[in-house]
Design a binder for this molecule. Structure first.
Ligand code: ACO
Length: 327
C-alpha cells in the first residue's frame, strides 16, 4: 500500500451531441436497437475540438481545481488510441500547451484499458519519485477513425476526455494505491483493430494496404470481456487483500451496459449503484470512459473520500486492467 492521492478529477466532452435518432437519419439503425443492445442514447462528437484540445481542457481544469502550478507537474501520461499525430504524443502536446516545463510526457496505447494501465504506470513512476505530482488523462476522438458506413461499430463510440491529478506528497487527502492486475491477450488482437499502417517503401514485395477504420468482432469482444473482467477484478482484489464486498464502486469501462451487468452477475453481486453507468450519455469513449465516469461521480458527491474504487478496463490488444484505489 502506498500514498497515491487523487487530488482532483475533471472531464471535457465535445459540444456536439449526436442522438440515436440522428444516426437513424444517416444509417440503417434505430434508437430501439441501439438502446436495447448497448444502453447508449447519445454520444458527443468532435467538430472543432481535437484529441489534444480535449486533453488540454482537462489538464487546465485539474490545475485550476487544485491550485497546483504547471511547474509542479512531474509526469503527464495520456491514454489514447486516437491521437492527433502518431508523433508527437498527445501528452507532449498537453505539456506544451499548459507549459508544464519540468514534466516528462508520454502516451499509453492500451485501448480501452488505457486509463487503468495509466494508473498503474503512474503509480510505479511515483514509487521511485517521492514528492511527485502527475496528470493522467484518457482522451479520445474516435469519430475520426470510425467507418461511418458500418452500423455495427459506428453507433457504439463517442469522443471525450477525463483525467486525474495525483500526488504522493504528504497532504490531508490520504488516498492509496491498493493493488492492480494488468493483462494482455495478444493472440486475440485481431478481434479489435484500428489504424493499420501499410508498408509502402519502394522495396516492398508483399501486398499490404493501409486500413484506418476500427474493425471489431463484437461477439468475441463481448465474450472476452465477461470472462476476463471478473477475473481481473478478483485478481486485483486478492493482491490488495480485499473482498469484493469491500469495494464501494466498480468503475468499469463503459463499452456496453449489458457487459457491466454480466460482469456483476459473474461476480455474484447485484447490479446496483455500485456499478455506475453513464454510457447512455457518452457511448464508448475508450480510454476516457472510466475517467469521465469517475469525474461525474465525484462531481455529484456520490464518491467520497475513503471510498474503495475498482477501476477496470478492457479492450483492444486484447487487454484488461484493474486498479484498486482508496479515494
Ligand atoms: N442497428 C440495427 N441493427 C444492427 C446494428 C445497428 N447499429 N448493428 C448490427 N445490427 C444487426 C445485425 O446485422 C444483426 O442482424 P441479423 O440478425 O439480421 O444478422 C443483428 O443486429 C444482431 O447483431 P449482433 O452483432 O448479434 O448484436 P449483439 O447483440 O451481439 O450486439 C454489440 C452487438 C453491441 C456490438 C455487442 O456484441 C457488443 O457490445 N460487443 C462488445 C463490444 C465492445 O465491448 N467493444 C469495445 C471494446 S473496447 C475497445 O477497446 C475499443
Amino acid at each position: 500500500m502506498s500514498t497515491f492521492s487523487i487530488m482532483a478529477t475533471a472531464k471535457a466532452v465535445p459540444d456536439k451531441v449526436v442522438t440515436n435518432d440522428d444516426l437513424a437519419q444517416i444509417m440503417d439503425t434505430s434508437d430501439e436497437w441501439i438502446s436495447r443492445r448497448t444502453g447508449i442514447k447519445r454520444r458527443h462528437v468532435v467538430t472543432d475540438e481535437t484529441n489534444t484540445s480535449l486533453a488540454t481542457n482537462v489538464a487546465k481544469q485539474l490545475l485550476a481545481k487544485t491550485h497546483v502550478s504547471p511547474e509542479e507537474i512531474d509526469f503527464i501520461i495520456v491514454a489514447t488510441m486516437s491521437g492527433d499525430y502518431m508523433m508527437p504524443s498527445t501528452a507532449a502536446a498537453v505539456q506544451g500547451q499548459i507549459q508544464a516545463n519540468r514534466a516528462m510526457a508520454f502516451d499509453i496505447s492500451a485501448a480501452c484499458s488505457g486509463f487503468s494501465y495509466g494508473l498503474d504506470v503512474m503509480h510505479s513512476l511515483m514509487a521511485t519519485h517521492p514528492n511527485s505530482t502527475g496528470l493522467l488523462i484518457g482522451s479520445e476522438a474516435l469519430s475520426k477513425l470510425i467507418d461511418w458506413h458500418d452500423r455495427t461499430t459506428a453507433v457504439l463510440f463517442g469522443d471525450g476526455a477525463g483525467g486525474v491529478l495525483v500526488t504522493n506528497r504528504d497532504n490531508d487527502v490520504n488516498g492509496q494505491f491498493l493493488g492492480s492486475q494488468l493483462d494482455a491477450y495478444g493472440a486475440d488482437g485481431d478481434a479489435l483493430t484500428m489504424g493499420h499502417i501499410a508498408n509502402q517503401s519502394p522495396f516492398v514485395t508483399v501486398d499490404d494496404k493501409a486500413d484506418l477504420p476500427l474493425h471489431m468482432d463484437g461477439h468475441r469482444v463481448f465474450d472476452f470481456a465477461i470472462r476476463k473482467v471478473p477475473a481481473s477484478i478478483q485478481a486485483a482484489a486478492d493482491q490488495a487483500h480485499l473482498k469484493l464486498s469491500d469495494v464501494d464502486f466498480f468503475i468499469l469501462h463503459q463499452a456496453n451496459q449489458r457487459i457491466v451487468k454480466s460482469v456483476a452477475r459473474k461476480m455474484k453481486l447485484p447490479f446496483d449503484d455500485r456499478f455506475p453507468i453513464n454510457i447512455d450519455e457518452y457511448g464508448n469513449t475508450s480510454a476516457a470512459s472510466e475517467a469521465i465516469l469517475l469525474a461525474e461521480l465525484v462531481e455529484d458527491g456520490k464518491i467520497k473520500r475513503g471510498d474503495i474504487l475498482a477501476m477496470s478496463g478492457f479492450g483492444g490488444g486484447l487487454t484488461t486492467g484493474t486498479v484498486l484505489l482508496k479515494y
